[in-house]
Design a protein around this ligand. Sequence first.
Ligand SMILES: *Cc1c(COP(=O)(O)O)cnc(C)c1O
Length: 387
Amino acid sequence: MDEKETYSMGFGTKAIHAGIEPDSATGAIMTPIYQTSTYVQEEIGKHKGYAYSRTLNPTRHALEKNIAAIENGKYGACFGSGLAAIDCILKMFKPGDEIVSTNDLYGGTYRLFKTIFEQYGLKFHFVGMENADKIEDYMNEKTKMVWVETPTNPMMNIIDIEACSLVAKKYNALLAVDNTFATPYLQLPLDLGADIVMHSVTKYLGGHSDVVMGALVVNDEDLAKEIYRIQNSSGAVTAPMDSFLVLRGIKTLHLRMQRHCENGRQLAEFLAKHPKVDKVYWPGFESHPNHEIAKKQMRDFGGMISFSLVGNSLEEAKDVVRKVKVFSLAESLGGVESLIGHPVTMTHAAIPKEEREKAGVVDSLIRLSVGIEDAADIIADLEQALN
Ligand SMILES: *Cc1c(COP(=O)(O)O)cnc(C)c1O
């Protein structure tokens, strides 16, 4: 069904049907893996909409329409990774342009900003955005984009997307939201005033830890043209097989997210009561500083949780990570299986101690991507590891 047909339908129906038609040649209900680089043309300039697979491939095309629909957007574009999607956005700008970004940021995004695009003359400001008023101090006539990640990694801060969009609009800047942690099941940034939604599809959208991919979704036609121009010119596109796997993954996104949220809630409550646990960072707690904003802009609170230990011992944190059996020690998140990570030695090792501690990333901080196993088993696993 096309996006117009599914627009007013529920999330689950869209996830399964949007952008997907039976194969015109065979009637196959599942979108085939069009493993082809090129397409035979009837005569010069006359083809069926596909000329070369960097520009467009039917499996990728179905996925791009599907991801656009579940984000309540008109145009989708898929890339070889989440960072390739961000790279595409940054190539829209020119030397001297400025970008105001969340400070509690995915490490790879920070590295792309600082070590690649700064040398081409873009200027980045990193700002704590839990209070959206603070953004204005960094805005001027050169600001072209506000970059927001919410919930943030690993501190699970919540940023008010609607408030950010008002500030961005006032300065004629674009608002881009990295929606990887929340997914469109929990949060729809375009409906809240964002201009661009970005995903590391690698995480919840793919959902099975078997694909690396990125995506962008927009509503504005000119912005879409610019994105497709760069996608085709730079060529960081995704493969047909991977597109197929993600189309399959998204069909159960709503069910998986319900279970991620349910397990997340049970685990957060278990941790909050555990005598060895100091702080638990999860936006579902009424005591979370931005719980009200989370309630306003999210359907539920997700399956990402961070916590620290009483006494803040690095060795004890390493011990917990070593002793878990159902959880696996790994980078990444959003798959069906539960993962455990230690930001200080893993994802945030490159950030100076002083800077990371200011943000709350202390030695004993542990990050969980709560999977969709049985809650009793993952709770028992953490319990034995903590004791
Ligand atoms: C993983 C991740 C990225 C980068 O995506 P890749 O697919 O690994 O390139 C960007 N933002 C967030 C929030 C992520 O978790």
